[in-house]
Design a protein around this ligand. Structure first.
Ligand SMILES: Nc1ncnc2c1ncn2[C@@H]1O[C@H](COP(=O)(O)OP(=O)(O)OP(=O)(O)O)[C@@H](O)[C@H]1O
Length: 619
């Protein structure tokens, strides 16, 4: 068992000396006293619970390094409680994170339970260690029971086994109902749940990073007592299976070869040992004696030593009306407009310039809204054509003379009266689904990282692939719900036409959602803080919206921008969805399948980047 406590923090920490108890002060520089070093052979290093040799660790660049560990060596023997004492910021947490395989030393060696942390087969990170980080490192939305189930399953425990252990720990650590949510527990209760998680799988090495930080002296004492009970309990599991009533009987059992060791705890052992730890060097002789574990060992075999393990964001007024926004357009007819128009039609090519000028109506439009402006423009031309046709008919002329000499046949795709809604709908659907999914996942890993939960999972042996896929699977359900809502609203409520295969439309939309989720994971893996993730997600929204052909057709962009556009995750998918919705094309058309292919490529790319970033950060 390895425990850290900040020195001068009001009496915490391990007092020196005593059976199975060691206290050590960490670091080097900044005027803090260095650790004592110990010599040992490779074989003996592997026999220890923890063995650190010539450890050097700095943060920052090699030009301006912040040295935290400087030539530190320490040994924690199996079967001992080891207290790591040091001033705040001297490097205790750094050392522990190297021991549990979360960080690497710059130089030096670390052996944990016989292997090097992070190497194959070492079991560290993994279930051989129980780790209680300095932060609570628990998911507040889980109940105590769900928390234990979550970590129990990670450690490969059976549900029944977890339930038994849960009941024991609830009782042992005096925890409230297992159905209480972690976020509703008091600070001290949350710490004890965190402690229970570290003890859950009965690990060989228990690593506690300031288990009593932020708790009142009474709770501090009770946590220490609990620690000691765990320690005693683990000792008893190791070799002493028979219980003898008196010391003499126990010793006799060793003498006659019935037991390998006799362990004796005094009558007030737990309280005395807690007092010894709280008082440190001020503990009196009596407390020291009464808190000693008295051990008679048969050292005739190395076996007993080998098996000892311990457990963690206008013209006038008409034009004025447009200017003030009270009208979308102003139309002015000259005083003799009708006569001039009749003369224009009757005179034909003989019409003079004044007749031509007086026969024109003048229009001032507010074109700030392209859709309303273009619609008024089109409606005015249609109104003129209808009026001219009636006039020509009345004058016994062929009304077709009023038409412009172009025949628009029935369109192959779409209608003669295209709606802007049908043009933007595919892009809008995909943009909404994509960015809702980004919002869903862009902070997932950050929250876990900030709460310390991610660190705890790494130490428990969970891999980046497992972390990522667990998020993909759980968030996928929510994303499917969001996708269904968007499609139902767009098609059933806003009447967006769907001429293609609805099944393919749904698949492509879900794939885009998945793509958005994976992009969110990239953001969440890269960013350390939630606000950076929000800025990156929002920052990527506008360029994507403008360059993906969602609002402005890609064909209308400068050539350079078209290339950039083709490289965005939404562009080919939007073209594909538009082809399916308005043209009714099937997946055999390149415009359609390219959208699917590009989306899948983006998903794989985003997942790979997230995984690589997670792996690099974990290392
Ligand atoms: N990720 C990091 N990047 C850069 N510097 C860091 C990082 N983590 C820790 N440090 C620095 O390393 C030093 C040691 O930090 P560490 O958390 O190991 O200390 P500690 O002894 O556990 O402190 P405390 O008792 O206050 O928890 C501190 O100066 C800290 O600012």
């Amino acid at each position: 068992m390895l425990i850290t406590e900040t020195g001068g923090g009001g009496g915490g920490g391990g007092g020196g000396g005593g059976v199975g108890m060691e206290g050590v002060t960490v670091d080097g520089r900044n005027g803090k006293p260095p650790l004592q070093t110990q010599q040992s052979t490779v074989w003996s290093r592997r026999q220890q619970a923890v063995c650190v040799r010539h450890a050097f660790k700095h943060y920052g660049s090699s030009k301006h390094p912040n040295h935290v560990l400087s030539n530190l060596s320490m040994t924690v023997a199996k079967g001992t409680i080891y207290g790591l004492l040091g001033a705040s910021g001297c490097g205790k947490t750094t050392l522990l994170s190297c021991i549990v395989g979360r960080r690497r030393l710059n130089t030096g060696e670390i052996y944990v339970l016989g292997g090097k942390p992070g190497t194959k087969g070492s079991g560290v990170p993994g279930k051989r260690v129980g780790y209680m980080p300095q932060e609570i490192a628990l998911n507040g939305e889980f109940s105590i029971r769900e928390t234990m189930m979550y970590f129990g399953w990670i450690f490969g425990m059976e549900t029944s086994e977890i339930q038994d252990r849960l009941e024991f720990l609830l009782n042992f650590l005096d925890l409230p109902s297992q159905n209480r949510l972690v976020k509703n527990l008091s600070g001290g209760q949350q710490r004890r749940v965190s402690f229970a998680v570290a003890l859950m799988h009965d690990p060989e090495l228990l690593i506690l990073d300031e288990p009593t930080v932020g708790v009142d002296p009474l709770l501090r004492q009770s946590i220490l007592v609990e620690l000691l009970l765990v320690f005693c309990d683990s000792l008893c599991k190791l070799g002493v299976q028979d219980y003898y009533r008196t010391i003499e009987d126990s010793i006799e059992a060793v003498k006659v070869g019935k037991a390998w060791a006799a362990i004796y705890f005094g009558p007030d052992f737990s309280e005395e040992l807690a007092a010894r730890m709280l008082l440190g060097r001020f503990a009196d002789e009596g407390t020291l004696n009464r808190s000693d574990i008295i051990l008679w060992q048969d050292l005739s075999s190395e076996l007993l030593n080998m098996n000892l393990h311990v457990f963690y964001p206008p013209p006038d007024s008409a034009i004025a009306a447009v200017e003030t926004g009270d009208a979308w357009g102003a139309i002015y007819f000259t005083d003799n407009f009708t006569d001039a128009l009749v003369a224009r039609m009757a005179l034909g090519r003989a019409a003079d310039n004044e007749t031509l000028d007086q026969s024109e109506m003048r229009v001032w439009l507010d074109m700030s809204n392209q859709q309303i402006g273009l619609m008024l423009n089109r409606d005015l031309q249609v109104a003129y054509r209808d009026f001219a046709q009636q006039l020509l008919t009345a004058c016994d002329n062929n009304p077709k003379l009023a038409d412009i000499p172009i025949q628009f046949k029935e369109p192959i795709y779409g209608s003669n009266d295209p709606s802007f809604t049908n043009f933007v709908a595919p892009g809008v659907i995909l943009t909404i689904v994509f960015f809702l999914a980004v919002a869903l996942t862009s902070s997932a890993l950050i929250i876990e990282r900030m709460e310390g939960l991610l660190d705890r999972s790494w130490v428990a042996g969970v891999t980046p692939v497992e972390i990522l896929f667990s998020h993909v699977i759980t968030q996928f359900v929510v994303m499917c719900g969001q996708t269904a809502l968007v499609l139902i609203f767009m098609i059933l409520v806003f009447g967006v036409e769907c001429k293609g295969d609805i099944f393919l439309v749904i698949i492509l939309t879900i794939l885009q959602g998945l793509c958005g989720m994976c992009f969110g994971f990239v953001i969440s893996a890269i960013c350390e803080l939630e606000r950076n993730a929000i800025q990156l997600a929002l920052g990527s929204f506008y360029p994507t919206l403008l360059l993906s052909g969602v609002i402005w057709p890609v064909e209308g962009m400068p050539v350079m921008l078209r290339y950039i556009s083709a490289c965005l995750p939404l562009t080919l998918a939007t073209t594909s969805l538009r082809s399916m919705l308005t043209r009714g094309w099937f997946i055999t058309e390149p415009d359609v399948y390219l959208g699917f292919i590009s989306t899948i490529i983006w998903i794989v790319l985003f997942l790979s980047i997230s995984m690589i970033v997670l792996k690099v950060k974990r290392g």
